[in-house]
Design a binder for this molecule. Structure first.
Ligand SMILES: [Zn+2]
Length: 424
């Protein structure tokens, strides 16, 4: 089973915008009510049976079960008789709201890093879902939403052939309303198998990623525009909070952030395709980016989006392009010599050059790690590892490692990637 999500910009009429906003409002109130119900139940069970809590006490009978999804969905159907405005919204949309809340709660209990679910303000509730669609709901330049009707879209790409639309999600963003369509196909596609050529990727500090032959620097998406952002935020501070001008500026800042995010995403996809052009097997490193972005590279690594690239975008593009992708153990990749395989000892972060005291091989630290990752990947898929040079060759001017460190070829390739960014 293959699932694709395509995103289109909606071109709703004023009437439809009012409808979307009404949907969001009602969905939000249902979500918050259900959340409050669960939270109250939880609080009421916090103190022991034979004593009172000092902070607060909720009186919910001891035999009341936890308001799970099934109980709340049933209560919702009953509530519609008393509160007719709930009928204005598609029934399945509201059920999806409860499902989403249920998932947030379950994740909170199962996944340690997850925070406690929150109440949603208007700004935090931005989307709703139609889980079931009518027949023939797609047409050229328009889509048919259940119980709303035909809405025009900006058809930026054709619908995929051989796929069926399964779900619509409407999302409000700073620049307007968007429609995410989930397409599904029941066809079975075998996972890519290892091919002949390999490449290793090392997420660097100096460069965005390093491959065995080049260092790819990332454009500083947000950093280069920080000045503009600073200016806008300073202006915002002078406005009266909540006034019309304040709102206008607020939305301008939101659109600014959205644009930066779009630019970044676009570049990352182009980079993933560029890497897939180069080899059949791609080996990335297995890093916990969450702890990484909390450290000293915080703004840098978040700005470049390295985490989403290694964990989401690259695996997806590899799968789509039939390239074999594998995460390999990344420990000590900077301490091993890619040329002779010797252990060269710990490097400090500021040491950017790898120099082997055994074979006197010298090259960029990130390139060396990329080679090590490639070699580990080759071992993992059962290929023979080819080590670069023999001892003593490292100093000759036309050795491969010299070219890798920043010859003309590398510079040219970096340029071509930057051109990709400039072209949009
Ligand atoms: Zn060596």
């Amino acid at each position: 089973m293959i699932t694709y999500t395509y995103r289109y910009k909606l071109k709703p009429t004023k009437q439809q915008i009012r409808q979307f906003e009404q949907y969001l409002d009602i969905c939000r109130s249902v979500s918050n009510y259900a959340h409050a119900e669960r939270k109250a139940w939880l609080e009421s069970r916090k103190s022991r049976v034979d004593c009172c809590s000092i902070v607060s006490e909720y009186i919910i009978p001891a035999n009341t079960p936890f308001p799970s999804y099934n109980i709340q969905a049933k209560a919702l159907t009953e509530a519609k008789n008393k509160l007719p405005h709930l009928k204005l919204v598609n029934a399945q949309c509201l059920q999806q709201v409860l499902k989403r809340l249920d998932k947030a709660w379950n994740d909170f209990f199962k996944i340690p890093q997850r925070g406690f679910p929150r109440f949603r303000s208007k700004n935090r509730f931005r989307s709703f879902v139609f889980p079931q669609l009518g027949k023939n709901c797609l047409d050229q330049g328009k889509v048919k939403l259940p119980s709303i009707g035909w809405v025009r879209i900006r058809q930026s790409r054709p619908y995929p052939v051989g796929f069926e639309p399964k779900q619509f999600q409407i999302v409000r963003k700073a620049s307007g309303y968007y429609l995410m369509i989930s397409f599904q196909s029941s066809k079975k596609v075998p996972d890519p198998i290892p091919g002949k050529t390999s490449i290793g990727l090392d997420a660097g500090i100096e460069s965005f990623v390093a491959t065995p032959t080049e260092l790819i620097k990332s454009p500083k998406f947000l950093r280069s525009k920080l000045r503009t952002l600073k200016l806008l935020q300073r202006r915002l501070k002078k406005k009266i909070k909540g006034s019309n001008n304040w709102l206008k500026l607020q939305s301008k800042i939101a659109r600014f952030h959205e644009k930066v995010a779009n630019t970044r995403r676009d570049w990352l996809f182009k980079l993933a395709h560029y890497i897939c052009d180069q080899a059949n097997n791609i080996f990335g490193e297995d890093i916990n980016f969450k702890s990484w972005s909390k450290g000293m590279f915080c703004r840098q690594s978040l700005d470049s989006g390295i985490g989403s690239f290694i964990n989401k975008i690259l695996p997806f593009v590899c799968w789509k392009r039939d390239r074999f992708y594998l995460k390999v153990e990344q420990n000590f990749s900077s301490q091993e010599c890619s040329n002779c395989g010797a252990f060269t000892g710990k490097k400090q972060l500021k040491e950017r050059v790898h120099h082997c005291q055994f074979c006197h091989h010298t090259e960029s630290r990130d390139t060396n790690s990329a080679k090590i990752l490639m070699q580990r990947g080759q071992v993992a898929v059962g290929h023979t590892v080819t080590r670069g040079l023999q001892a003593g060759d490292a100093g000759s001017p036309d050795s491969p490692s010299k070219i890798a460190c920043g010859g003309d070829a590398t510079g040219f390739r970096q340029l071509s990637l930057f051109e990709l960014v400039g072209s949009q």
